[in-house]
Design a protein around this ligand. Structure first.
Ligand SMILES: [Zn+2]
Ligand SMILES: [Zn+2]
Length: 372
């Protein structure tokens, strides 16, 4: 990124951090956490120990990071190298990202930046300027993608509370600041789990590796022993997905039996897409990761990782956009339009425009503009 763009973004981020300390807090037991941060055009600084909100705020003002992270794990010595930290336990964390939902709308809000000549384009597989097929892709905010991700969050919370008995007050949902949601669960019974056990939990939540026998099938089955629609956990969820209503059960059961075991096995496998929760397995399994800190800005968008108290009503472009509205002139090259604070921007074809600072920050973070 160009020096003057970095300077512009750092000034905007600094102003945000200075004015919004009320949104930025260390998690529980800060003295046991590892913190880290990145600056624009620079690598990761890790193994930092911060003991209070005050120390965190000082760090933000001193360094003006592009991104700030904190471990879900708690350690005896968080600032020592990994092997010497003495891991104690870790919050359960789930990451739901719209890009993993592969919705058909994605192509319409994805921009591509040529690695050779920096042209920005969309809808073609090679650069219209130099024909290069090397490019980086960036996706802009999309309402359908956010709705899809919200649906997965609701599915996840329903399983965490009903199947695993986690109280909803111990589950915190954050908008990631870009295209997804982070769900943090702080429950003593689960905090001690190592990666291997977390992987089993991931299999359960994503409905991976389910076998037809669990749901009443036998290699040579002649009699229906399928679960009821109101059975608890996956039994009921599978039954509801297969039969849809109680009145269909007898008829569809007969059909399943006549189609045979392997056809039912296929059906169970295909259900994973439909009823399994689409979490990123690596995030939940990793117990040493540092994770974006709530209240801080995501440099992929300039939006804030925000706590959502009512996810159904949460509107990222409005509720997570805290940069001010002062006019800024930029050279914009963004083939896709986007909406922030209920205002539509773009598309822009290599043009000089004056827009509110929050939109300029967003475009710069997306690599689709430069300050003039
Ligand atoms: Zn090119
Ligand atoms: Zn979309």
């Amino acid at each position: 990124m160009h020096e003057k763009d970095v300077k512009f973004l750092e000034d905007a981020f600094k102003k945000y951090y200075f004015e919004h300390f009320d949104l930025i807090h260390t998690p529980k037991n800060p003295e046991m956490r590892e913190f880290g941060y990145q600056k624009f055009n620079s690598g990761m600084n890790r193994h930092i120990s911060l003991k209070s909100d005050k120390e965190l705020h000082l760090m933000l003002m001193k360094n003006i990071p592009s991104d700030v992270y904190c471990s879900n794990a708690k350690y005896s010595f968080p600032n020592l190298p990994m092997a010497e930290k003495d891991w104690q336990n870790a919050d359960l964390i789930f990451d739901i990202d719209a890009k993993d939902l592969h919705l058909p709308c994605r192509v319409s809000h994805t921009t591509k930046k040529c690695s050779i000549c920096s042209s920005v384009f969309s809808n073609t597989d090679s650069c219209p300027q130099c024909n290069s097929t090397k490019f980086e892709t960036t996706s802009l905010l999309c309402n359908e993608c956010i709705l899809g991700a919200k649906k997965e969050v609701t599915k996840l919370i329903s399983i965490l509370t009903t199947d695993l008995g986690i109280y909803s007050e111990n589950i915190i949902v954050y908008y990631s600041g870009n295209e997804g949601f982070h769900i943090h669960a702080s429950v003593p019974e689960y905090e001690k789990l190592d990666s291997r056990h977390r992987a089993e939990l991931v299999d359960y939540l994503t409905f991976r590796g389910a076998i037809p026998e669990t749901f009443g099938a036998r290699t040579n089955f002649t009699k229906s022993t399928f679960p009821d629609l109101d059975d608890r956990g996956w039994l009921g969820r599978v039954s509801r997905a297969v039969f849809n209503s109680k009145s269909n059960k007898q008829k569809i059961s007969k059909q399943i039996i006549s189609d045979g075991y392997f056809s039912f096995k296929k059906k169970i496998e295909s259900l994973q897409q439909e009823i399994g929760v689409k979490i990123d397995p690596n995030v939940t399994i990793d117990v040493h990761r540092i994770f974006r800190l709530g209240g801080t800005i995501n440099s992929k968008s300039g939006l804030t990782k925000m706590r959502c108290t009512d996810i159904s009503k949460f509107n990222p472009g409005l509720d997570a956009c805290f940069i001010d509205e002062s006019d800024v002139t930029v050279e914009a090259n963004c083939p896709v339009s986007f909406k922030l604070k209920n205002k539509k921007f773009g598309p822009y074809q290599k043009e000089r425009i004056t827009i509110p600072k929050y939109a300029a920050v967003y475009l710069l973070c997306k690599g689709c503009a430069s300050v003039v």
